[in-house]
Design a binder for this molecule. Structure first.
Ligand code: ATP
Ligand code: MG
Length: 598
């Protein structure tokens, strides 16, 4: 009888009668598929009352102690969800929870903690956990199975590890790690697990989605065909982004990376796009400032902020972008357009490196584990435009990467560059020259977005990129020479004006029709005579003139009309008219001054 299963039954005070034993045996039979069970019955007063049956790694808990443990874990979770400040509320919630608490017989696979520290716990004795499964610890803390080995599993912990020590029980939940999702999250700030952290109370979720989800397949997608306007002139004209695209924002620290993403969110007002900003490993004060900007500009009304700050443990920083994406997918599947910002993936890679080293995965290049490429590719592959049959929803991703001294060729930047559909490269030198946003025209690219650009914009943008590139080259060559020929001077003047026009202050998105007007105006050379110092004011006066006096032109552009030769001439004529008015006004002012002097 070597294959007879051994099980132990522990009881507190009264030993089970034969009927109870039969019942227990039939439960074991259902679970294990054999009747050959040898049941050892021992007394164990520590369980308080009831029975506990253990068989291999399985445990069936009918004991009072087990039930008390369930209750404690439940209460612990409640407290964690609500923070400490709302004591009154908590007490009422606690009591209702206790009343409704359903004491269930626990049937689960149990292990014990072998090692714990730095947000990681290694658990022995659980044989069957799957990757990404939630593991629950005795004190109610939850973790996720991240590293499955032959003799143990490595869990990353989503809570404080102070209640966990060597020997603490850990239980399988058979549930995949996920977050609550729903419309009610719009306008809210949540942590990486979906719990509110803005002090505005509980959020009523409409569903629960796993944080890791396979990306849509080729058949389920369609190519990018709708613009995702950033409202930033230099991007919309030269590096247009389409809905469903993944465009990397890359640059050194403090070059305006976050600003571009936030301005893009601000520009989505009234465009029926839900925006998700995922902060990864940033300072809490930085995140607070961003939230303030979003609130001030009204962008919070259609946005969700998923925040994992530098003070959060590595597991939370690691999971945050996946949680944000799960949220985005919820809306995408309803046919909606979503914009998601990952700020930033360099810090995400660092958090993952920390986890992996603690999980004893062997480090590879630059001490990152070998699967770090897969980390970001499986995240960014989930951004897509779904086919019309599936509702046509889209997720547009703006991942951010921080470089060191402009080095785009290091490990993580090259990985993410190869995954995305283009990059906006920001440069410190340009930033300090006052060129803001500091977009490097030569190194930036958008591979798919031009398919989504409106016809008018495509025509108006025309040769601007080439013009700028030529100008930069010429500016370098001619900076020390004094006698320049007329054509060169003209080209330089044109370039100077162009550069000045591309400067754009924060929180001032430019609508598409205004962008087209500016481009046509500068393309016609009508602005080249204006001193560079006056360009900024001139631009805003010109735009006001068009919006008030030339509403029909604006209308045509807003309606998405193509930029026909006729419309182009209409715009240029209007610019001429405006220039005339400006000159007249100037003359009048000069005369007035002269009169006053006399
Ligand atoms: P970090 O590396 O710290 O995350 P970052 O690259 O995200 O920085 P931001 O925080 O966006 O950079 O911007 C840095 C500073 O530059 C901020 O003070 C911001 O106000 C300023 N800035 C960014 N863009 C512009 C702009 N277009 N006009 C004026 N100031 C700007
Ligand atoms: Mg930033």
């Amino acid at each position: 009888m070597s294959d007879m299963l051994k099980a132990t039954l522990r009881y507190a005070t009264t030993a089970p009668d034969s009927e109870q034993i039969e019942k227990i045996k039939s439960v074991l039979y259902k679970k294990l598929g054999t009747t050959d069970i040898e049941l050892e019955i021992i007394s164990d007063p520590s369980i308080g009352g009831g029975f506990v049956v253990s068989c291999g790694n399985y445990e069936y808990d009918w004991s009072d102690a087990g039930r008390a443990r369930q209750l404690r874990a439940e209460l612990n979770n409640l407290r964690r969800k609500n923070g400490d400040n709302e004591t009154g509320k908590i007490i009422t919630m606690l009591s209702s929870k206790v009343e409704n608490f359903d004491l269930s017989i626990e049937d689960r696979e149990v292990g014990t903690v072998e090692w714990v520290g730095d947000g990681i716990a290694n658990v022995n004795g659980i044989d069957h956990a799957f990757y990404g499964e939630i593991i629950e610890f005795e004190d109610g803390t939850k973790g996720m199975a991240q590293d499955i080995r032959e003799d143990h599993i490595g869990c990353i912990l989503f809570g404080n590890d102070t209640g966990i020590r060597q020997g603490t029980r850990a239980v399988r939940t058979y549930k995949e790690a996920g977050i609550p999702v729903g419309e009610a999250f719009i306008g809210r700030v949540i942590d990486a697990l979906g719990a509110p952290i803005d002090g505005l109370g509980e959020i009523n979720e409409s569903g629960y989605r796993p944080v890791e989800e396979p990306a849509p397949g080729i058949i389920e997608r369609q190519s990018v065909n709708e613009p995702m306007e950033t409202g930033i002139l230099s991007i919309d004209t030269m590096f247009p982004i389409g809905r469903g695209q993944r465009e990397l924002i890359i640059g050194d620290r403090q070059t305006g990376k976050t600003s571009i993403a936030i301005d893009t969110i601000i520009n989505q007002k009234g465009k029926d796009v839900i925006c998700i900003y995922v902060a990864i490993g940033q300072k809490a004060s930085t995140v607070a400032k961003i939230i303030q900007t979003l609130k001030k500009t009204g962008a919070m009304d259609y946005s969700i902020v998923v925040s994992s700050t530098a003070s959060d443990m590595a597991p939370l920083q690691y999971i945050a972008p996946y949680s944000g994406t799960a949220m985005a997918e919820y809306f995408q599947q309803q046919g909606k357009s979503v914009l998601i910002v990952y700020d930033d993936l360099s810090k995400h890679a660092v958090a993952y490196r920390a986890l992996s080293l603690l999980l004893e995965r062997s480090p590879g290049r630059e001490a990152y584990p070998g699967d770090v490429f897969y980390l970001h590719s499986r995240l960014l592959e989930r951004s897509s435009k779904l086919s019309s049959e599936l509702g046509g929803g889209s997720i547009t991703a703006l991942p951010i990467i921080e470089t060191q001294a402009g080095d785009v060729s290091s490990y993580i930047p090259t990985n993410v560059i190869s995954i995305t559909d283009g990059q906006i490269f920001l440069e410190s030198d340009l930033f300090f020259e006052g060129m803001r946003p500091a977009v490097n025209v030569g190194l930036s690219v958008s591979r798919v977005g031009s398919a989504a650009q409106t016809k008018a914009m495509k025509k108006a943008a025309g040769s601007i990129r080439v013009d700028l590139a030529q100008y930069r080259e010429m500016a370098v060559f001619t900076q020390f020479s004094s006698d320049l020929d007329e054509t060169t001077k003209k080209q330089l003047a044109h370039g100077n004006v162009l550069m000045e026009l591309l400067k754009q202050p924060l929180e001032h998105p430019i609508p598409m029709h205004e962008q087209v007007i500016i481009l046509v105006a500068v393309g016609s050379g009508r602005l080249d005579m204006i001193p560079v110092s006056q360009i900024k004011d001139y631009k805003s006066r010109l735009i006001t003139y068009f919006n008030t006096e030339q509403a029909d032109i604006c209308d045509e552009l807003v309606k998405g009309k193509d930029l026909s030769e006729q419309l182009k001439h209409k715009i240029i004529d209007a610019v001429d008219k405006f220039n005339e008015l400006e000159n007249k006004k100037l003359k009048e002012e000069v005369e007035l001054l002269q009169q006053e002097r006399r």
